[in-house]
Design a protein around this ligand. Sequence first.
Ligand code: ARG
Length: 464
Amino acid sequence: MSNRMWGGRFATGPDAIMEEINASIGFDQKLWRQDIRGSLAHVAMLGQTGILLASDVATITDGLKAVEAEIEAGRFTFSRALEDIHMNVESRLRDLIGPVAGRLHTARSRNDQVATDMRLWVRDTVDLIDEQIADVQLALATKALAHAGAVMPGFTHLQSAQPVTFGHHLLAYVEMLGRDRGRFSDARKRMNECPLGAAALAGTSFPINRHQTAASLGFERPTANSLDSVSDRDFALEAVAAAAITAMHLSRFAEEIVLWTTPQFGFVRLSDSFTTGSSIMPQKRNPDAAELVRGKAGRVFGALQGLLTMMKGLPLTYSKDMQEDKEGVFDALQTLSLCLAAIAGMVRDMEPDLKAMKRAAGLGYATATDLADWLVRVLAMPFRDAHHVTGKLVGLASQKKAGLEKLTLAEMQAVEPRITQEVFAVLGVERSVRSRVSHGGTSPRLVKAQAQRWLKRLGAAKPS
Ligand code: ARG
């Protein structure tokens, strides 16, 4: 049997393999809400412009709502022979209301229809993701305020560098996530133009009102060029690119959680809700959720690469290759959404071990810079000379297998005779973090203020 929607000039139906490679209903059924929303807006406009009779518009509108109710209730049978969501919906509409259903597709093509559906889906999902990112920021900033002054080691090269505070460390991720939200909101602005009415590629001879459909679907305006409208997937690319960067940030944080929860670090403990046991080693508490967030970043990056590669060779305008945009976009954004939920849960439940962090903060000569700075400030040494003297003192302490503070004043003076007893005051980790008062620095006072600023901002952004 030839296809009921477009089979006019076909004598027989497609080969089974043709049907299999052609069909997208297995994955684009996810677009059902957007598809019906788009059709309702389109048919209302066809009525208002006098292209369709009001009575037909009413019949089609009721029919579309009936189809929507069937899908919502799980009573709809999706058919692969009908290829995609657009034709599944329209075909069912015809079952319900008869041949008048065929008028819905006036002045429209599946090309502008799918472009509209995808924009709506991506826009809805980006809005959800923005809320979820804000929720992770809220969880992080709340923990950061509670631990604004908790000393931990700061690392470069994953080697102890200088003491920082746990709150400061968490707020670094709040900043990253703030930029991520900026990227999504930027993408949303460009995405928010409506391709509906571009028809197959050239526009239509019917007197449609694209401004009306654009407004009723919540778009800023209709897209300006009909060829671009049906062949553009930048909106999906930008959203997935923003998702890839966010997933990279979450993956870095997840990696830190994996490190911090090892007995070797022991900086934080995750709750039972976000850990799993081992079937053979009874002592294990594995940070699986964090590992999965780290691992799933790969899928999101892959989707971006897949989409870019799919688009790069396409001449204007629509090509069927573009049907391949969907699975990657759906998977990338839904994966990110799941990762955000998991990270929010882990952050809210995580318990830092403040003693272990502080102990670790003093290891690895983390206050060597404080010593060098003291030499500069008190003895007026050029920083390079101070660096050299401090290096010698670290070498000496390291020979003794002890911390800098365990050197005697005499040992220090053997390297630099002008050193006084006062130097010992700057060798403590608490003192070190308190001294970092430059803008954006780790001093607990500044960290507290930053956490409060973020909490206020996030609270203010939340709809009441
Ligand atoms: N299922 C198709 C897609 O997702 C819809 C557009 C089909 N257009 C066409 N001219 N065959 O791309």
